[in-house]
Ligand binder design. Structure first.
Ligand code: IPE
Ligand code: IPE
Ligand code: MG
Ligand code: MG
Length: 334
C-alpha cells in the first residue's frame, strides 16, 4: 500500500467515529467536508517517508502520527478561512466549511479535528506506548502556543510581524513535526531530521506566497491575491517575485542537502524534487521562469534575506525544538 492509501485509510478510520447514531449529523458532515477530498497531503506523506527511511518498525504508529498532522492541518485551514481571519470562500476547489455549512459549525469542526488528532495518535500507540509522550509533545508544540500554528495566526493580530518568524510558526512548525515525528514514531533519534522539515516548511510557505501572486483559483483551488488584499507578510511581496523564486530554489536545495544518510534517502529526495516541481515548476504549461538577477538586485536580495534572518533569531533549530527561548526585539518576546 502506498503512502497516500495508508493516509486516506487512517483518516477514514478516524472520521468514522464522528458519524455515530445520536451525534449531531451536520457536525459529522462538516468534519468530513474539512478533510475529504484532501489536498496534497504533503505533511503526512513526508512523515511516512521519514518513518520508512528510519526503518518503520511500527507502521500503525507512524500512520497515526501522520494522520494526526493532517487533521491539525485541516483544522487550521477551516479556521483560517473564517471571516475573522482570511474570509476565504473557496478551499481545495470547493466552498470552505463556513460557506458550505455556517460559521458556528466551522469553528466547531476545527475544534473537533484538533481533539480528534490527539485521539488518532494516542490510540495507535499500543505496540510502543513508550513513544507516545514524545510524539504528543512534538504534535502539541507544532500546533499550540508559543511557537506553533496558533502563534503563526496570532502574528496576524500584532501590529508588526517578522516574515520568517510568522511563516515558521504558521507553516514550518508542522513540516518540522512531520520529519521529527516520523523519525520518533519509528523509534529513531529525531534530532537529525529537524533540518529537512525546517527547510521544506519555509520553502513551502514561500511557494504559497509565490502562487498567491501568479496562480489563479483554478490552479490552487483557493482565492488569489489574498496576501496583498489582507496586507499579510509575504515572501513574494517582500522580496519581489524573482527574489522569492530564487529563495524558494535555494530552500529546496537546502532541504535536499539536509536529508541525513539513510536507506530511504533516494525516495525522500524524489519526494522533495516532486514537490518543488509541483509548487513552482521549471517546465510545462505552468512553468515559472527563473531569471538571473543583475548584481545590484542580487546584492539587495541577499541583504533582504540576511535581514530576515537577523530579525528572526528563532531560526536556530534549537529554538524550534522548543529547547531554548530566544530574545526577539521585533516581537517583544523574551
Ligand atoms: C495550505 O497548505 C496552507 C499553507 C500553509 C501554505 P497546503 O498547500 O498543503 O494545502 P492542501 O492540504 O494541499 O490543500
Ligand atoms: C494558512 O496560511 C496557514 C495556516 C496555519 C492555516 P495562509 O492563509 O497563507 O494559507 P492559504 O493561502 O489560506 O492556504
Ligand atoms: Mg491565513
Ligand atoms: Mg488563508
Amino acid at each position: 500500500m502506498d503512502f497516500l492509501q495508508r493516509i486516506e485509510r487512517t483518516l477514514e478510520e478516524s472520521l468514522a467515529r464522528t458519524r455515530q447514531s445520536g451525534a449531531p449529523p451536520r457536525l459529522a458532515q462538516a468534519l468530513r467536508h474539512a478533510v475529504f477530498p484532501g489536498g496534497a497531503r504533503i505533511r503526512p506523506q513526508l512523515c511516512l517517508a521519514v518513518a520508512l527511511a528510519c526503518g518503520d518498525d511500527d507502521p500503525r504508529l507512524a500512520e497515526g502520527f501522520a494522520a494526526a498532522l493532517e487533521l491539525m492541518h485541516c483544522a487550521s485551514l477551516v479556521h483560517d478561512d473564517l471571516p475573522c481571519f482570511d474570509d476565504a470562500d473557496l478551499r481545495r476547489g470547493l466552498p470552505s466549511v463556513h460557506k458550505a455549512f455556517d460559521e458556528r459549525l466551522a469553528v466547531l469542526a476545527g475544534d473537533g479535528l484538533i481533539v480528534l488528532a490527539f485521539r488518532t495518535l494516542s490510540e495507535r500507540a499500543t505496540a510502543h506506548p513508550e513513544r507516545l509522550a514524545g510524539l504528543l509533545s512534538i504534535l502539541d508544540e507544532s500546533v499550540g502556543p508559543p511557537f506553533g500554528i496558533v502563534a503563526g495566526q496570532a502574528w496576524e493580530c500584532e501590529s508588526h510581524a517578522a516574515l520568517a518568524e510568522y511563516q515558521r510558526a504558521k507553516t514550518g512548525s508542522l513540516f518540522a513535526a512531520a520529519t521529527v515525528g516520523g523519525a520518533a514514531a519509528a523509534g529513531a533519534d529525531p534530532a537529525a531530521w529537524h533540518g529537512l522539515g525546517d527547510a521544506l516548511g519555509e520553502a513551502y510557505q514561500v511557494a504559497d506566497d509565490i502562487r498567491d501572486v501568479i496562480c489563479d483559483s483554478a490552479i490552487t483551488g483557493k482565492p488569489m491575491g489574498q496576501d496583498l488584499a489582507l496586507d499579510r507578510p509575504s515572501a513574494a511581496l517582500r522580496l519581489g517575485l524573482d527574489g522569492a523564486v530564487i529563495h524558494f530554489d535555494r530552500l529546496m536545495q537546502q532541504a535536499i542537502d539536509s536529508i541525513p544518510d539513510c536507506a530511504g534517502k533516494a525516495r525522500l529526495r524524489g519526494l522533495v524534487l516532486h514537490e518543488a516541481q509541483r509548487l513552482v515548476p521549471t517546465a510545462g504549461p505552468n512553468k515559472v521562469d527563473r531569471v538571473a538577477l543583475a548584481p545590484d538586485r542580487m546584492h539587495a536580495l541577499e541583504a533582504a534575506l540576511a535581514a530576515l534572518r537577523v530579525a528572526s533569531p528563532a531560526a536556530s533549530s534549537a529554538s524550534r525544538a522548543g529547547n531554548e527561548a530566544v530574545d526577539h526585539p521585533a516581537s517583544g518576546r523574551a
